[in-house]
Design a protein around this ligand. Sequence first.
Ligand SMILES: C[S@@+](CC[C@H](N)C(=O)[O-])C[C@H]1O[C@@H](n2cnc3c(N)ncnc32)[C@H](O)[C@@H]1O
Length: 252
Amino acid sequence: MNRLLSHVMTLIRVIVSQGVVLGGIVLYARMGGTLPFGLPVLLLIQGLLAALLGRLLGLWLFWVPLQILLPFALAYGQVVPAWVYAAGFAASVLVFWNGTAEQVPFYMTNRRTFAAIAGLVTEAKAKSVVDLGSGMGGVVTYLASRDPAIRVDGVETAPLLIMLSKARLLLSRLANARILYRSLWETDLSQYDLVYCFLSPVPMARLYEKAKREMRPGTLLVSNSFEVPDVTPEKVITVDDARQTQLIVYTL
Ligand SMILES: C[S@@+](CC[C@H](N)C(=O)[O-])C[C@H]1O[C@@H](n2cnc3c(N)ncnc32)[C@H](O)[C@@H]1O
């Protein structure tokens, strides 16, 4: 029921953001305002403003491309074959699978942060590592190829990301890495010396409770960017990258 409600709320936000922007444009034109653009530019403005408003209303990144495409889909529905929209929509859903229900969208850890995580793995002498929500498998591939003596797992539930990251591992021929089609909530954390995650603020309190129940004393939970509310981390590492990524380290 909660999931259904969250999907309904999402759709309402999409409709409201598109409607408000469209209403604004129509009102502006009716009041004699000039719109010195052709239809495609106008549609792009509509989509961009609606995407921005949607973000302000709490829509996840997943909706940005869809919000931009929506006005084009409506205006050119007759010209562009319907399967193009269907394919685009399906691909977005298969990548951003966890954007709505889990409120964890897909974005990737960057290379400088890979190196900082590797530093933590070395420092902690970790022999087993998991990336919870492994996305395209970048962290898994990097850590496993850097040190064949450690075992690295990634767990993921977005179908397209699973396929692509499994293919990536296959091509890398890494014997010490696995991508598992498994929810992070069904992953037994007791097997790992270091648990890495890059999720969102939403699951952090619940994840920490799970980590406390399952992880062995002295093992590490490392969260990229999102802290556990009301828990003081052991340390915070600031990566020297464009967004000054923070790796927040909790010792169990
Ligand atoms: C921000 S991305 C991080 C990707 C990857 N860890 C990286 O750093 O490049 C978060 C990932 O978590 C995945 N995810 C969200 N909820 C999940 C769940 N319950 N179980 C497994 N994966 C999940 C999403 O599909 C997404 O790929």
